[in-house]
Design a protein around this ligand. Structure first.
Ligand SMILES: Cc1ncc(COP(=O)(O)O)c(C=O)c1O
Length: 456
């Protein structure tokens, strides 16, 4: 298995040829899922005692299986939060794998961790957090949010009277589902602030005022959102920061999706107050053009994260020895063994420079505004609210939820686009609406028109 022979050379050439073709392909086929039984029928048994051979396995993947996936970087993939890793970042993902580096500790990963930290410094600078703030790359926003919650909870539990209490955090109804999911992991309760739009200081204060003393004593953190996934709404970060400071609550900002917009001068003011956060989640695999999986968690005081996460073990003692000194990413988030997942971002940033990142993020915002104008000019369509960051919510007048679903499936089946409906709260309940989220700077005005034409 570990031999270097002619088969390996052939497989390497095949793989490189595929990678070059895929990376340079500007309009990858919009694949669609198929039933597991169908795929099994087509590829047969792939895991056998003697193996089916690299060439065979590779061809099955290239000719059948990858076609049952949706390329996230397709210019007309505007559903969920798509992605558009730069070609430089993808190439360096291959290099990261080929280099086999353990990214948990400086002792083994120094050169690679150095690169990650260079990229992290840029991210921290975008937030405007104080000088000692720093962070690490995680597998994504969920892991980043969890790492922040663990740090906040452990900090709160330092006080004797909190040691046996069940923690509780406050967030808004617009927060991402991972906040509730990760709170479950640490067995914390979640209290929701009802908002129609952004969570502001008044709404948060109202929620706090409604709590009884016992519940309030269990609240250890407030989670604001820096760009809701559904609508791109940024909470009133300054107002929320002020309340957190007064009440000594941990202030976390989940900017997993919206954090990329910190690079965009046109919307940077929406994030004022983010610099006061105790921790911030930003996903480079969303709006900073990194391949999956790459999230990031940044702490105002990284020492608190270290206290919460640093693992002990006799076989790990050498890592703490002065001779191995350096930054140990494993100390600041939930994972021990880790891939150097910030390396592709570093390489792409180093290659292109931060100005190109600014431009590419601004392009997503520009596309959202253009979509807004096109929607407003069509009588059958109507904006739900003005575009925010790179999200656009709009209505096809007269459509039922079923018609939105059919629109999704038809566009997908015909290889036109992946666009999905969402929900928007109205006085009557939840309305099904259409949603675009722009990330890929290669998406064009023509792409938007093609999709809108399918709603006539
Ligand atoms: C605001 C927000 N937070 C957290 C997440 C979860 O991130 P991940 O899917 O990388 O775990 C998402 C994902 O869309 C998000 O939009």
């Amino acid at each position: 298995m570990h031999n270097v022979d002619i088969e390996l050379v052939e497989m390497t050439l095949d793989v490189m040829k595929y990678a070059i073709h895929r990376i340079t392909n500007e309009s990858p086929e919009l694949g669609s899922p198929r039933k597991e039984e169908e795929l099994k029928k087509q590829v047969g048994e792939t895991i056998t005692p003697s193996g089916i051979g690299g060439e065979n396995a590779f061809h099955l993947f290239r000719d059948v299986l990858v076609k049952a996936t949706v390329p996230i970087d397709h210019p007309r993939h505007l559903a969920f939060v798509p992605a558009a890793p730069t070609r430089a970042a993808i190439m360096f993902d291959l290099v990261t794998s080929a280099s086999s580096i353990h990214g948990a500790y400086w002792m083994e990963g120094a050169g690679g961790i150095f690169c990650e930290n260079e990229a992290m410094r840029w991210l921290v600078e975008l937030t405007g957090m104080p000088e000692n703030a720093f962070g690490v790359f995680t597998s994504g926003g969920s892991a980043a949010n969890l790492s922040a919650m663990v740090t906040a909870r452990e900090y709160w539990r330092k006080t004797k009277e909190n040691q046996n209490k069940k923690g509780c955090l406050i967030t808004s109804v617009g927060a991402h589902s991972s906040i509730k999911a990760m709170a479950k992991v640490i067995d914390a309760d979640v209290l929701l602030v009802e908002t129609d739009d952004l969570m502001n200081a008044e709404a948060l204060q109202g929620k706090i005022d409604s709590l009884d003393k016992g519940t309030m004593e269990r609240v250890f953190a407030v989670v604001a959102t820096g760009g809701t996934t559904n609508a791109g709404i940024v909470d009133d970060l300054n107002g929320i920061a002020k309340i957190c400071k007064e009440l000594k609550l941990w202030f976390h900002v989940d900017a997993a999706y919206g954090g990329g917009a910190l690079a965009a001068d046109s919307v940077r003011h929406l994030f004022n107050g983010i610099e006061k956060a105790d921790s911030i989640t930003i996903d480079p695999h969303k709006w900073l053009f990194s391949p999956y999986d790459c999230g990031a968690i940044i702490y105002k005081d990284p020492e608190l994260a270290k206290t919460a996460h640093s693992q002990e073990g006799s076989y790990l003692d050498i890592i703490k020895d002065p001779g191995a000194h350096g930054f140990n990413p494993a100390d600041y988030q939930i994972q021990l063994t880790r891939r150097l997942r910030g390396l592709p971002l570093w390489f792409s940033l180093a290659t292109h420079g931060t100005d190109k990142y600014k431009w590419a993020v601004e392009r997503g915002i520009e596309l959202a505004n253009l979509a807004g104008e096109l929607i407003s000019s069509r009588p059958e369509l109507e904006l739900i609210r003005p575009p925010s960051l790179s999200c656009v919510l709009f209505r096809r007048k007269g459509w039922s939820a079923n018609e939105y679903n059919n629109w999704t499936y038809t566009n997908h089946r015909e290889g036109i686009a992946l666009v999905t409906p969402s929900k928007w709260k109205t006085k009557e309940g939840f309305e099904t609406v259409a949603r675009f989220c722009f990330i890929n700077p290669d998406t064009t005005g023509e792409d938007i028109k093609v999709i809108l034409d399918t709603m006539k």
